[in-house]
Design a protein around this ligand. Structure first.
Ligand code: PMP
Length: 431
């Protein structure tokens, strides 16, 4: 596969853009290095790079592109925005329509606010929880990613009883001291941390179904325990549904789990591919936000007509009957086919899958928490990633990410992918 132009453009990018990329996860460092593929065009389930190579895309732009690229209904909505004004700085009817759609799909949303990214949405839910509870400490789970604001770039201390340490240069130790990070799916660690810190917690922040160290579902009873002790201690529950909302059904993961968080953060899918974030929840909590209450949050681009129209169009597409069932069916075909190939070639592999989202872990251990995901074989993943890329399959360049099916993927694409997997595993077995 000729990748000359990708390499040239990446080299030029490195001169002008930090690290050559606008988000670190786009680089190929985690898969053994090299120039990331520079894409030029995308349609449906496919990408074409600047050298003219075609790929089946399972990156889905890290989640948002569930309808497939350049979906005609969304393209029409964005075109309408382009010709009627993309930014007003005034209220619009689109915001109200979209807010009502979210509320109908997600019953815990008494009120919502639109922002511009998942980072902003989560950052603001924490502020609102702090304002409402008059407490400052935040609990979260190791390996869950919640954007790049200070409070969520904090690593775990040495155990559930210890406070955090900065996970990025530039995050003050004083801020890390406000955060407790504990393992996901570990009831004992949670109980111990709640004994120690529960009374001081403004909130417990969680991806209710994890998407950031692979797809990891909560074990039976875990999320309920999180809710029960939070209630006992007066801490709010914030769900980060930036990945999970509208990923597995028309609604949020909370409906699937049968739980009701106090606040929820959204992003990705709800923008139909344009920049967006949103947060919402119980009326009396949301009413602490300015201009009604004392917790400040604002945004020049917040609720802009382009993102609103694109988001509405995306949700309209997702209301079609049968689409989630079809993504689940294709996801199951992928899962079974990949596992069969792995067995045939003696490759150690487990797959975590929910619907049309799956993660391949090169390990024989069932992955239920971040530590287990960390211990999976990143070197083999890196080789596999490159073998697949050469065969025209675009995956996320990290062992922690999911493959995302879209409604544009067809059974033929899955079959073609399984052939590429089989060839790649055969090569891996020879190495
Ligand atoms: N929360 C979760 C669960 C995410 O996966 C992400 C992004 N990967 C974010 C928050 C941050 O969203 P954004 O990149 O839009 O700021």
């Amino acid at each position: 596969m000729n990748r000359t132009k990708s390499e040239q453009i990446y080299q030029e990018a490195c001169e002008h853009i930090v690290g050559g990329v606008n988000s670190p996860s786009r680089g190929y460092k985690a898969v053994g290095g090299g120039a990331p593929t520079v894409m030029e065009r995308a349609e449906g389930a496919y990408f074409w790079d600047v050298d003219g190579n075609k790929y089946i895309d399972y990156l889905g732009a890290y989640g948002p592109i569930i309808t497939g690229h350049a979906h005609p209904h969304i393209a029409a909505a964005i075109t309408k925005a382009a010709t009627t004004g993309v930014l007003y700085g005034t209220p619009t009817p689109h915001e109200v329509k979209f807010a009502k759609m979210l509320k109908e799909a997600i019953p815990s949303m008494d009120k919502v606010r639109f922002v511009n990214s998942g980072t902003e949405a989560v950052m603001t839910t924490i502020r609102v929880a702090r304002a409402y509870t008059n407490r400052t400490k935040v609990m979260k789970f190791a390996g869950c990613y919640h954007g790049h604001s200070d409070l969520v770039l904090v690593a775990a201390g040495s155990g559930p009883a210890t406070l955090g340490t900065p996970d990025s240069a530039g995050v003050p130790a004083s801020i890390a001291q406000e955060v407790i990070t504990i393992p996901f799916n570990d009831p004992e660690a949670y109980k111990q941390a709640m004994d120690q810190w529960g009374d001081q917690l403004a909130c417990i922040l969680v991806e209710p179904i994890v998407g950031n160290f692979g797809i990891v579902e909560p074990n039976e009873g875990f999320i309920q325990l999180v809710h029960d002790l939070a209630k006992e201690k007066g801490a709010l529950i914030i769900y980060d549904e930036v990945i999970t909302a509208f990923r597995f059904h028309y609604g949020a993961a909370q409906t699937m789990l049968g739980t009701t968080p106090d606040l929820t953060a959204f992003g990705k899918i709800i923008g139909g591919g344009l920049p967006i974030g949103a947060y919402g929840g119980r009326k009396e909590i949301m009413d602490t936000v300015a201009p009604l209450g004392p917790a400040y949050q604002a945004g020049t681009m917040a609720g802009n007509p382009a993102s609103m129209l694109s988001g509405i169009a995306c949700l309209e597409v997702l209301q079609q009957a049968g689409i989630y069932e079809e993504m689940d069916r294709l996801g199951e075909l992928l899962e079974k086919g990949i596992l069969q190939s792995a067995e045939k070639h003696g490759i150690t592999l487990t797959i975590n899958r929910l619907g049309g989202a799956l993660t391949l872990f090169f390990t024989d251990v069932k992955v239920e928490n971040y530590e287990q995901a960390e211990q999976t074989d990143g070197e083999i993943f890196g080789k596999f990633f490159k073998l697949m890329l050469e065969r025209g399959i675009n995956l996320a360049p990290s062992k922690y990410e999911a493959w995302f099916l879209t409604i544009a993927h067809k059974e033929d694409d899955v079959n073609h992918t399984l052939e590429a997997v089989d060839e790649s595993f055969a090569e891996l077995a020879r190495l």
